[in-house]
Write a protein that binds this ligand. Structure first.
Ligand code: PLP
Length: 497
């Protein structure tokens, strides 16, 4: 394909993308194909000779589209949102144009420096403490800074690696030699709550340390008391606590852990404190949510996903560290073929030292496009719109009388269930009968396929999660969700399904 052909086909592709977004709500949100559907439709060898773009476009329409679950539909309320926006798509197009691999400053100075600038912008937008800034107010280098990673899971591993480095440095400072430190590494323990995202445990699997799941309280929060008790027990057994994750907006219920309490415990025990705010972090762009995040200024690292609820296409996970030295010490490896700028300053970062892979995409572009084309006010309006809709949904569910709200609605996630008392057969009280009815309600909703959501289990209860936040969704979509939920709840209660 030459540039002339690309010009023509590129315009057609942009038209197809715009058409897709204009028609999103007319399609059922969930793909209804069966496993293996595509294998049966595709040739089993790559083509020997070049094929036409027309044929590919036809295949997208006929074969790929039926297998797409439409995450961008306003009627998609599953998991957490994965926002996309036209500015972010344009930013990604420019990123594809340059296709630089910006692991060191020298690889493409603009890629590195724009990331430094934009991450400081976003940090300020969220009201993060100055400790997390790459560049201080006086334009000199800060000890912290932000980096864009691919996912919150990757950020979790990076934070844990930095935490391990910090504890190793601490043990050395206490007078242990290398051999002694090697001898205790297998005793390192990372702490989470039973509500922490699975990425916490995955990170311990990857780095090979112990993982401790601390029971959350009745509001699904990790408390200082429970954390302290677990640490005390482990210390008694000769183990070494080195890392704790506090979540600001858990996956199941958007609960907020006792961030100030965890910060206190972490500091007293020389532990790395990572805040996972993958979903709810975006809400901090609105000052009214910041009191909920009290204590994050004491964290060692903070992560949220602009690719969830801040209008930026996947993948874009923002990780800040208050002091980059531990991360860089752990991940920096020198080779002659990876040249650095001599006397590097904050403006010449080598972000390969802040992440697991070497190569990195120019992801700052899409975030920069979003920040500029929405502005802080546009981002805040986007967040607030969904929070208002979530409150509306909560009120309607409560007013209906057949539902209970399972967790406080702080952001745009509504976790609810049919009350056991509303079921014609409530013989199982809070137990199996209610669980089965709520699990069946999820299945009915998704088979109906006017809207899509997922269920989960919290403290033994089957519940439904309505994650509002689609960049292309509105109040009308939430009203449709309420209509479908109430209609199908009547079906469940009647037992005729
Ligand atoms: N942390 C929380 C609280 C999440 O809700 C999620 C995903 O929903 C993650 C981490 C993982 O995010 P990612 O897919 O970016 O790894």
């Amino acid at each position: 394909m030459n540039a002339t052909e690309f010009r023509k086909r590129g315009k057609e592709a942009v038209d197809a993308i715009a058409d897709y977004y204009e028609n999103l709500d007319s399609m059922p949100p969930m793909s209804e194909v069966k496993p293996g559907y595509l294998y049966g439709l595709m040739p089993h060898e790559a083509p020997e000779d070049p094929e036409s773009f027309d044929g590919i476009q036809k295949d997208i329409k006929d074969n790929i589209m039926p297998g797409i679950t439409h995450w961008q539909s306003g009627n998609f309320f599953g998991w957490y949102p994965a926002n996309s926006s036209f500015p972010a798509i344009l930013g990604d197009m420019y990123s594809a144009m340059f296709n630089v691999v910006g692991f060191n400053w020298i690889c493409s100075p603009a890629a590195t420096e724009l990331e430094t600038v934009v991450m400081d912008w976003v940090g300020k937008l969220l009201g993060l403490d100055k400790r997390f800034r790459a560049i201080k107010d006086d334009c000199t280098e800060g000890s912290g800074g932000g980096i864009i990673q691919g996912s919150a899971s990757e950020a979790h591993v990076s934070a844990m690696i930095a935490g391990r480095e910090m504890m190793l440095a601490h043990l050395h400072a206490l007078g242990m030699n290398d051999e002694e430190v090697d001898g205790v590494w297998h005793k390192f323990v990372a702490y989470f709550s039973d509500q922490t995202h699975s990425s916490g445990q995955k990170a311990t699997n990857i780095i090979g340390c112990r993982s401790r799941s601390v029971p959350s309280d009745d509001n699904f929060r990790l408390t200082k008391k429970a954390l302290l008790a677990a640490i005390e027990q482990d210390r008694h057994a000769g183990l070494i606590p080195f890392f704790v994750c506090g979540t600001f907006g858990t996956t199941n219920t958007a609960a907020i852990d006792d961030i100030p309490g965890i910060a206190e415990v972490a500091a007293a025990n020389h532990m790395w404190f990572h805040v996972d705010a993958a979903y709810a972090g975006a809400a901090l762009s609105c000052p009214e949510f910041r009191p909920l995040a009290h204590g994050i200024e004491r964290a060692d690292s903070f992560n949220f996903n602009p690719h969830k609820w801040m209008l930026t296409n996947f993948d874009c996970s923002a990780l800040w560290v208050a002091d980059s030295k531990h991360l860089v010490n752990a991940l920096s490896i020198h080779r002659a073929y990876l040249p650095r700028v001599k006397g590097a300053t904050s403006f010449a970062k080598d972000y390969r030292d802040w992440q697991i892979p070497l190569g990195r995409r120019f992801r700052a572009l899409k975030l920069w496009f979003v920040m500029r084309m929405y502005g802080a006010s546009g981002i805040r309006a986007h967040i607030r719109k969904h929070v208002v809709s979530a409150k509306w949904l909560e009120e309607q569910l409560l007013a209906d009388g057949r539902f209970e709200i399972v967790a406080p609605v702080e952001f745009s996630l509504v976790v609810f269930r049919i009350k056991p008392g509303a079921l014609s057969d409530n013989s199982g009280a809070d137990g199996e009968v209610a669980n089965r009815a709520n699990a069946d309600l999820v299945k009915l909703i998704n088979t109906d396929n006017r809207v899509f959501l997922v269920g989960t289990k919290v403290k033994g209860k089957d519940v439904l999660r309505a994650a509002i936040g689609s960049a292309h969704g509105n109040q009308e979509n939430v009203e449709l969700l309420f209509k479908v939920v109430t209609e199908l709840t009547t079906t469940i209660i009647s037992g005729r399904y």
